[in-house]
Design a protein. Structure first.
Ligand code: ADP
Length: 415
C-alpha cells in the first residue's frame, strides 16, 4: 500500500522531527540576515553611485577649473580635469590627461614658482597663490591656484586636487581702479602745485612792485647825474618789468578752469572715491567704513573737485594713522542736516590735531609733514566754499580727528 507524504512524516521519530524543524528555522533566519545584508550592500552601493554621480556633476558645473594629479608619479600627471579646466587652458581632454600639470600650464616660463609649489605639496601642505599662466595659444592669463593633497586611509598622499580660478578680469579691473586713483591723485597734486605757484606769484608780485617804485624814485633823484648809477637803475627797472611779466603769464596759465556743476549723488561719489582708494587703504593695513544716510537728496557740484576734497581728507586721515598700528579705522559718514544741508564727516583714529595747530590747518603752506606742501586743506576749503558749504575740523573725544563739510542740497549756481 502506498503511503502519503504526511503519513511518512508522521512516521519519523519525534526527536528527529523537532531537530529538523529547528535546523530549517535557523537556515531561514540566516538567509533572512544574509538577504538583508545583501540588500543593505546594494543600497549602499546605489547611494555611493548616486553620490559619485552628483559629485561629478557638481565638479563639472563649477566655473573654476578643477583637476586631479597623481601624486605617486614624479611628473605630476593630470588624471582628471573638468570642462572648465579645458576651456580655461584651451587644451582638449586628450591633450591634458597624463600630461605634467606644471609643464602644461606654462610653469616652465617660471620654474621658480613651480618648484615652490611642489616643495609645499611635498611637505603635505596645501598651496594657495596667484600665478601667471599660458593658454595653449600662448595667451597669458592670471589665475588663483589652490592645490591640496588627498590621502588614503593610511595617511599616504595619493593625489593632489587643484582648483584654478581665472582672475584676469579682476586684475584688469584692479589696475583700472589703480590708474583712476593715480589720475585723480595726479590732478590733485597738479592742483596743489598750481595753487602753490599761484600763491607764490602773488607773494612775489608785491616786493617786485616795491623794487620798481624804489628804483624809479632813485632814477628821479639822480636824474641827469651819476650816469653809471642811472645805467644800473635802468637794469633794475628792466629786470623788474621782466619778472612781473613772467609772473603775469604764469598766473594766466594757472587760472582755474571753470568748474562744471551737475546734479550729483554725494553717497555715490564717496563710494566711488573709497573704491579708488581701497587698494591703497588695505596696503596700509587700514580699513574704511562708510555710514551713508540713504537716500539723500542730490546736490549740485563739480564731480572732480568734490572727489579731490574727499580724496584729500581720506589721504590725510591715512597719514595721520600711519604711525600707529592700533589706529586702523577710518569712517566716512553722511547725513541730512535740517534745512537742506548735507553733512559729510571723515573721522579717523589717528594722531589728532595739536591745539596750537587748530587755527592754522586751513592756511596756505601750513604743514606738519616733512614732505608736505600744506595746500590740500586750503584748496579743499575753497572748493567746499565755492559749493556753498563749510569745511571744519575737530578732535574726537576718543582720539583722532574729524574733518567735516557741508553742502547745500540742490544748489544751482555757477562759479
Ligand atoms: P599736507 O598734507 O601737505 O601737510 P594739508 O593742507 O592737507 O597739507 O594738511 C595740513 C596739515 O593739517 C597737515 O600737515 C597735518 O598737520 C594737519 N592734518 C590734516 N589732516 C589731518 C588729520 N586727519 N589728523 C591730524 N592732522 C591733520
Amino acid at each position: 500500500m502506498k503511503q502519503t507524504k504526511k503519513e511518512k512524516k508522521l512516521l519519523l521519530p519525534q526527536e528527529t522531527h523537532s531537530h529538523l524543524k529547528e535546523k530549517v528555522r535557523k537556515q531561514t533566519d540566516e538567509l533572512k540576515i544574509k538577504n538583508a545584508q545583501l540588500q543593505k550592500g546594494v543600497d549602499r552601493e546605489k547611494l555611493a553611485d548616486d553620490q559619485i554621480h552628483i559629485l561629478t556633476k557638481a565638479v563639472e558645473s563649477v566655473l573654476d577649473g578643477v583637476f586631479v594629479v597623481d601624486a605617486k608619479t614624479p611628473d605630476f600627471p593630470i588624471i582628471y580635469a573638468n570642462s572648465s579646466f579645458y576651456s580655461l587652458t584651451g587644451y582638449t581632454k586628450k591633450e591634458i590627461l597624463g600630461k605634467n600639470y606644471f609643464l602644461l600650464c606654462g610653469f616652465d616660463v617660471n620654474e621658480r614658482v613651480s618648484e615652490e609649489i611642489k616643495q609645499i605639496l611635498f611637505q603635505g601642505k596645501p598651496y594657495h597663490g596667484e600665478i601667471a599662466n599660458l593658454k595653449k595659444n600662448g595667451e597669458k592669463f592670471s589665475s588663483l591656484l589652490r592645490m591640496a593633497p588627498i590621502r588614503d586611509i593610511q595617511g599616504e598622499i595619493t593625489h593632489y586636487v587643484g582648483i584654478k580660478t581665472d582672475i584676469t578680469l579682476m586684475k584688469e579691473k584692479d589696475l583700472e581702479i589703480e590708474n583712476q586713483r593715480e589720475e585723480i591723485l595726479h590732478v590733485t597734486r597738479v592742483g596743489k602745485l598750481a595753487e602753490f605757484v599761484s600763491s607764490l606769484a602773488h607773494e612775489i608780485s608785491q616786493p617786485l612792485t616795491s623794487i620798481l617804485s624804489y628804483a624809479q624814485a632813485a632814477q628821479r633823484i639822480f636824474a641827469g647825474r651819476e650816469p653809471q648809477l642811472q645805467e644800473i637803475l635802468q637794469y633794475i627797472v628792466n629786470d623788474d618789468h621782466r619778472a612781473v611779466e613772467v609772473i603775469r603769464r604764469l598766473r594766466t596759465l594757472l587760472k582755474k578752469s571753470k568748474p562744471t556743476f551737475e546734479p550729483l549723488d554725494i553717497n555715490t561719489l564717496i563710494t566711488d572715491t573709497a573704491n579708488l582708494m581701497m587698494a591703497h587703504i588695505t596696503a596700509r593695513n587700514k580699513i574704511i567704513k562708510l555710514k551713508l544716510d540713504d537716500p539723500l537728496p542730490m546736490i549740485q557740484g563739480d564731480r572732480i573737485q568734490l572727489q579731490q576734497v574727499i580724496l584729500n581728507l581720506i589721504s590725510n586721515s591715512l597719514e595721520a594713522m600711519e604711525a600707529s598700528r592700533e589706529s586702523r579705522e577710518l569712517m566716512v559718514e553722511t547725513s541730512l542736516q535740517g534745512a537742506g544741508m548735507i553733512l559729510v564727516e571723515v573721522k579717523d583714529s589717528g594722531c589728532g590735531i595739536p591745539l596750537e595747530n587748530m587755527n592754522k590747518l586751513f592756511t596756505h603752506f601750513f604743514t606738519s609733514k616733512p614732505d608736505g606742501l600744506g595746500m590740500g586743506l586750503s584748496i579743499s576749503r575753497s572748493i567746499v566754499e565755492a559749493h556753498g558749504g563749510c569745511l571744519e575740523a575737530k578732535n574726537n573725544p576718543d582720539g583722532g580727528a574729524t574733518f567735516y563739510f557741508t553742502l547745500p542740497v540742490n544748489m544751482k549756481q555757477d562759479l
